[in-house]
Every structure is written in C-alpha cells, then in structure tokens.
Design a protein around this ligand. Structure first.
Ligand SMILES: *Cc1c(COP(=O)(O)O)cnc(C)c1O
Length: 381
C-alpha cells in the first residue's frame, strides 16, 4: 500500500493538499519525493524556532530519557519551571498557570474560569474571531458558518464587530462574565485590534465586573515581535491563553491568569490528564528561553522586511499584520496562489478566499525572506 491508498482512513475534516511531508530542518521541509519547500506557514504559527530546532530537541530528549508522565496528582520539575518563566514574562506580582494541550482547551479553561470567578454567564466575543472547535470555543467563535451545523452551542455568547467601541459598550452588561479578544485575529483574516478598542475593552471589563480575556494562541510566544501581543498596546488582560508556538510543535497549551484577576478555580474545578506533560513542558521551557530580546528584534526586523517585499509585488495589496504574523490580498483566488507557490517550493497559508497568510518560523533569515518574496512574486505573476 502507498500512503495515498491510506488516506481514506482519515475522517475528511480537512481539505488537505496532495502533499506528504517527511522531514524538516529550520525553515525548510521535504516531501516524500525529496522535494524541498521553504515553509512560510510553519505548522500555522507553531514551529516558532524552526523545524527540529536542536536546542528544543535536546530539552525534549533529555526529559524523554528521564520521565514522560506521572499525572497531575504530582508535581514535576518542567511544569514548575515553565510556570515560573511564563509568570515572569506576564509581569505583575506573579501569574498562575493551568496547563492543557491545545488552543481550544485553553479557550475552554478561560471560559470556565470566567464564569467561576465572576458568577456571570455572559461572554462578549468578536465577529470573525476564532477560538477553536470544541463546543465552548466554537460558541464564542464569531464565524456563523463554522457554528451552524453544530448548534445549539454553549449559551451566553454575543458578538460585536471588531473595533466598534460603541457596540462593545452596549454589549457588555451586568451578566457579562468576560470580554474575549484576539489582539490580532488569526484565522479570521489577520485583522488587528485598534488601540482605542482594546483600551475600551479594558475599561468596560473593569467597570462592569467582567474579566478581559485575550486569546494569544496564535499571537503569543513572540509571533508579533513581543512575547505577548498585548505588550504592543500596554493593555494587560486578566487572563490569556497560549498554545501553538509554545513547545515548537509538541502539544501544549496553557491559561495564564494575572495575580490581580478575580480568583476562580479551586481543586476539582478543572483538569487535564496530559496537561503540563513533562516532555512538552521541557520543550516549552527551551522555547521561552530562546525568545529573548535579540530574537524579538529579529522578528520585528524580518516582519518589516517581509512587509516591504510584499508591498513591492505587483498584484499584492492590503499587506497587514505584525511581526511574523502577516497577510495580504491577491487578485487571483488565494487557493490558486498557494498551489502555484507550492509548485515553486514555497508553502503559504490562506486567510479567507482572497488573502494569503504568512506565519514563517521566527528564526527565518533575511535571505530566506527574500527568497520567499521572489517565489511569491513568481507565483502571482
Ligand atoms: C489555532 C487557534 C485556536 C485553536 O487551537 P487548537 O490547538 O487548534 O485547538 C484558538 N485560538 C486561536 C486564536 C487560534 O489561532
């Protein structure tokens, strides 16, 4: 049997490309025929430090040789070390962490936390947002097409247009337990939140006794050129959650709650068998350590280089995003451009039918950025 024959054994929830990848190193991956690709999607903003990053690999392998799993009935060293590092990055008097294994699970933890901490059932979320595919996460995802076939969802969610401050002020009422934002919408099309809106969200949440929750699953861990995207705005949430880039491709997620936030969880309120898995947490420690000021400056510089290069390509418009979380509009259907780029050895994502999405490794070099721009220019020509 070839691997193609085996494809029917997978439930068709994804429209996958006709491409089987077998190996990766740095910003490049190889398919089963040996063809090399420059990877400017990086597992959808997951491979922060490049494929098979040797430092992360060494940290995971050292832990693999020591201890894989003991359940959350006990403490392990990596979970404590990672919590300390994330709490330090978050700032303030010390934040607290709940570990899970994915972005959607981070959303679930945040929704439960907000209801428990405030005693209020309502969630105010944003049109076009994306928070994951489980029922709670889907229920606060502002994309009706993704929800329609699975209604009814979790009650209590309402939606406002991104950056419509008046609509937000109207939507947040006495029953609102949380306002939920992505600092830059990812799956929804790479749409940045405006300063005025994020400040209004902070003020409204505080004034009306709701929690301000940021989904930093995609924007977090250095992606936008600061460790958390909220740092660009100086608006700190009561809690945020991370996943995608946190362990460079090993599954991990976490909810990070500010010390100043209303208290929520007690023993028995929430759990995850694999949450804080020692191997994933050890890898995540190596990732967080690697995201220092120099790497963050590199992300900003490569983001600027990419943005300038994209703007210079005829037929590309509306270049947007921050750091290495970028998108642009193309004249052809975005799916066609992705396939043309793939044929030339460049992997890209889409953000809706008319936009391309670029989330390369944070470690991408200037030469690789220039190569991506050249290949993309050929793909849209
Ligand atoms: C990817 C993503 C999620 C969902 O993460 P999963 O690990 O696929 O569950 C949630 N929120 C945001 C902002 C994301 O980009």
């Amino acid at each position: 049997m070839t691997t193609t024959d085996l494809r029917s054994a997978i439930l068709p929830t994804y429209g996958r490309y006709d491409l089987t990848l077998v190996r990766g190193e740095g910003s490049r991956v190889w398919d089963d025929a040996g063809k090399c690709y420059l990877d400017c999607i990086a597992g959808i903003a997951v491979i922060a430090l490049g494929h098979c990053n040797p430092v992360v690999k060494a940290a995971a392998e050292a832990q693999l040789a020591k201890l894989w799993h003991v359940s959350n009935l006990y403490w392990t060293e990596p979970m404590l070390q990672l919590a300390q590092k994330l709490s330090d990055r978050f700032g303030g008097a010390g934040a607290q962490v709940f570990y899970c294994n994915s972005g959607a699970e981070g959303t679930e933890a945040a929704l439960k936390y907000a209801r428990k901490a405030t005693g209020k059932p309502g969630f105010v979320a944003i049109e076009s947002s994306f928070h994951g595919r489980t029922f709670g996460a889907l229920s606060v995802t502002g994309q009706p097409a993704k929800r329609a076939a699975f209604e009814p969802g979790v009650p209590g969610a309402s939606f406002v247009e991104l950056n419509d401050t008046d609509a937000l002020a109207q939507a947040v009422g006495p029953d609102t337990g949380a306002i939920i934002l992505e600092p830059i919408q990812g799956e929804g099309g790479v749409n940045p939140v405006e300063q005025q809106f994020i400040e209004a969200a902070r003020e409204l949440a505080t004034a009306r006794g709701a929690l301000l929750l940021f989904d930093e699953v995609q924007t977090g861990v250095g992606r936008t050129g600061t460790f958390f995207a909220w740092e660009h705005h100086g608006v700190k949430p009561d809690a945020l959650w991370l996943a995608k880039g946190l362990a460079n491709g090993l599954p991990i997620g976490c909810l990070l709650v500010a010390n100043e936030a209303a208290r929520g969880f007690e023993p028995g309120d929430h759990a995850s068998t694999f949450g804080g898995n020692p191997v994933a947490a050890a890898a995540a420690c190596a990732v967080v350590d690697a995201i220092d000021d120099a790497l963050l400056a590199h992300v900003r510089a490569m983001g600027d280089r990419f943005t300038a290069g994209l703007r210079a390509i005829p037929g590309i418009s509306n270049v947007r995003g921050r750091g290495l979380m970028l998108a642009c509009d193309v004249e052809q259907p975005a799916g066609d451009v992705v396939l043309a780029a793939m044929a030339k050895g460049l992997l890209l994502g889409t953000a809706g039918s008319g936009s391309l999405r670029l989330t390369p490794p944070l470690t991408i070099s200037a030469d690789e950025v220039d190569e991506a721009i050249r290949l993309l220019g050929e793909a849209v020509a």
